[in-house]
Design a protein around this ligand. Structure first.
Ligand code: UDP
Length: 385
């Protein structure tokens, strides 16, 4: 008899593990998602009015250096190469991001070479900070006050809703600083966007006779006993009915507008000024330059604290959240028959490629051991952010 596996959440975390187990032939899988679509927050759909493919929960550009992950996603759909070139709207003008030689030269009105720029930025750094303890210290140590004030302070405060001194330094480490003119937002080897959208890819991953997809239905934690094992990619605190309190998340609100032609000439412009209430504007037709559209659809993005009925996006991981997380992780460790996976299940700020690689690695472990020995987490919530 095939083992019956329940999966909560039809994002990449749940879909990849579902497919890998289905392929093994020893399992039948029921996958639930309370939303009416698969692909979680990577969901894409064509905008009815403009025909543009819209990333419904904000822009997603696939990037990875892991060859197996890149091969894996390409198995399910064709990707067009795409390099994300972001611009920063600041009090002093519009500049190139991530901070690179063009940004440094234009922002300071210089003509520095890579070597000179390194020394120049080095001299801006605050020498009193040895080990940066938070986001602000990390920025002041590596970039100095001018860059911090104009590019990071306002944006970060809007994005996270707290002073940057309350945020971990690791958030800033997501962004490279370059002493050449490379303005690629990412450092990864493979970068692209699927021409038919992410939802199509996830649908194909889930298209297997051993996988039953139930949309518009939530898998309740107490139904765990109906399955031989459950993979939970919903919020970890949600599994435990928030009995210890709620982990903090940021959510996003989008203000849609349509214009003719080209609205901003770039897929993403970050608004770094504190007084401008939104964090960025994304213009989605620029994520698919291989398509032609007369109209253009754009979204102003506002970040706010996630309420009970909002969609969670970014785990906050403030000190209070980490204490609570520790206690929830303790409960999870004792919970038999469940594996917590993905961004919400492990309460970590994860990119798509990390979620996929963790689910692929987890599947390997699960296929070589009995369910009783399956890991409690795809990766431990407390070990990385
Ligand atoms: N950030 C900023 N200004 C920018 C871009 C990024 O201050 O123009 C900060 C912000 O705190 C953000 C972090 O750098 O959360 C990481 O940026 P990334 O673009 O990776 O954030 P994402 O859009 O993926 O959340």
């Amino acid at each position: 008899m095939k083992l019956h596996i329940g999966i909560a959440g039809a994002g990449f975390a749940g879909a990849v593990i579902a497919r890998e187990l289905a392929e093994a032939g020893r399992f039948r899988i029921s996958l639930f998602d309370e939303r009416p679509h698969v692909a979680g927050n990577c969901h894409t759909a064509r905008d009815e009015e403009t025909g543009v493919m819209v990333h419904q929960y904000g822009p997603h550009i696939f990037n990875t250096s892991r060859e197996d992950v890149w091969e894996y996603v390409n198995k399910w759909g064709k990707f067009e190469p795409f390099v994300n070139r972001v611009k920063a709207h600041t009090e002093r003008g519009v500049f190139s991001l991530p901070i690179n030689l063009l940004t440094i030269n234009q922002f300071f009105g210089k003509k520095l070479s890579p070597h000179e720029a390194r020394d120049f930025v080095g001299a801006l750094s605050d020498p009193t900070i040895r080990e940066p303890k938070n986001f602000e210290e990390q920025a002041l140590k590596f970039l100095g006050g001018e860059f911090y004030k104009n590019f990071f302070y306002g944006y970060t405060k809007k994005q996270w809703g707290v002073e940057p001194t309350n945020l971990p330094a690791s958030i800033l480490r997501r962004l490279p600083v370059r002493f050449n003119y490379d303005d690629n937002y990412y450092n990864q080897k493979y970068q692209g966007i699927p021409i038919s959208g992410y939802t199509e890819i996830v649908k194909r991953i889930l298209d297997h006779p051993a996988i039953e997809v139930r949309l518009g239905q939530r898998l309740e934690a107490e139904r765990k006993r109906d399955f031989d094992h459950v993979f939970w990619s919903g919020p970890m605190d949600g599994f435990f009915k928030f009995r210890l309190g709620r982990l903090g998340y940021r959510t996003l609100a989008f203000e849609r507008f349509v214009e003719a032609g080209d609205y901003q000439g770039n897929p993403v412009i970050n608004y770094c000024e504190e007084e401008i209430p939104f964090t960025r504007i994304s213009e989605h037709k620029h994520f698919a330059p291989w398509e032609k559209h007369e109209l253009t659809v754009c979204f102003k993005e506002y970040s706010k604290l996630c309420g009970k009925t909002d969609t969670p996006y970014y785990p906050l991981r403030l000190t209070h959240d980490k204490d609570l997380l520790e206690r929830y992780a303790g409960l999870a460790e004792k919970e038999e028959g469940v594996t917590f996976i993905g961004r919400l299940g492990t309460y970590r700020y994860l990119d798509m490629h990390v979620v996929i690689s963790e689910s692929l690695d987890l599947a390997q472990k699960c296929l070589s051991s009995p369910p009783a020995a399956w890991p409690r987490f795809s990766a431990h919530p407390l070990h990385s952010s």
